[in-house]
Design a protein. Structure first.
Length: 251
């Protein structure tokens, strides 16, 4: 493939990562009114100015791990266990000043902007223009996202290379579609979303539950695609909610 920059091989480490948030819990007026009718002690200020308490909630607690090139790290856990929060932390989307503690290193160095620029993040929900074709979508993203130092012809060439590598040739001229417009399948939509990030040739690719909503066949094909990307030297980190046996074997 022709990419704007060579792939940077690195090892990702995260050590004792914790994330705590402060949650404000307001005392409802209803509780004060219930006190009045039940005969409990209350005052006019309780009704006029309901109090609130601030509690600290732990989302992540001492998470440690490592990702190396050529491997897929799968993060398992039920809904609400903090998988997405951990992925956001690894992608540099949560600042340390906002309750995040611990150490996240790339090649034993703290994350810097150049490293973050080579990190791809694929959210759980696919945000795509439904009326554009697969080819138009990736070319449009390539023209917007890749540096101005590259010519338009080069950017289009990179987009076409991504289409080929992700196995999207058969549907490249099909519209993305949505619930009102028939288009590509769910697995193909997810590969297009991955293609957005592949345009920058990321060293680290992070995916938030990419198999969610896919049938077993589409999920297996997607994980097989990720395995192929990992074998080319990329680090893949993905969260999985309910992995099937076939998906687990592929990982």
């Amino acid at each position: 493939m022709q990419f704007p920059k060579l792939l940077i091989l690195c090892v990702l480490q995260f050590i004792d990562v914790c994330y705590r948030v402060k949650v404000e819990r307001k005392k409802s007026r209803g509780s004060s009114i219930r006190k009045i009718f039940s005969g409990g002690p209350t005052s006019s200020s309780d009704v006029e100015n309901p109090t609130s308490t601030i509690r600290e909630r732990t989302i992540l607690n001492g998470i440690t791990g490592m990702v190396v090139p050529g491997k897929i790290l799968a993060i398992l856990g039920p809904s609400g266990s903090g998988k997405s929060t951990l992925l956001n932390a690894l992608a540099g989307r949560i600042h340390h000043s906002r309750g995040l503690t611990g150490t996240i290193l790339s090649n034993n160095q703290k994350f810097t902007k150049p490293i973050l620029k080579r990190t791809g993040f694929v959210a759980q929900d696919d945000v795509l223009y439904p009326h554009l074709t697969v080819r138009e979508t990736l070319i449009f993203c390539s023209l917007l996202r890749l540096p101005n130092s590259l010519s338009k012809k080069k950017k289009i060439s990179i987009a076409e290379s991504v289409i080929s590598e992700l196995g999207l040739m058969k549907c490249e001229n099909t519209v993305i579609g949505n619930s009102f417009l028939h288009g590509i399948s769910g697995g193909e939509r997810k590969r297009v979303s991955i293609g957005h990030e592949m345009l920058i040739n990321p060293s680290l690719l992070i995916l938030d539950e990419p198999t969610s909503g896919l049938d077993s066949t589409a999920a297996f094909r997607l994980v097989a695609t990720l395995s192929a990307l990992a074998k080319k030297g990329k680090m893949i980190v993905t969260s999985v909610h309910q992995p099937s046996s076939t998906v687990s074997d592929a990982i």
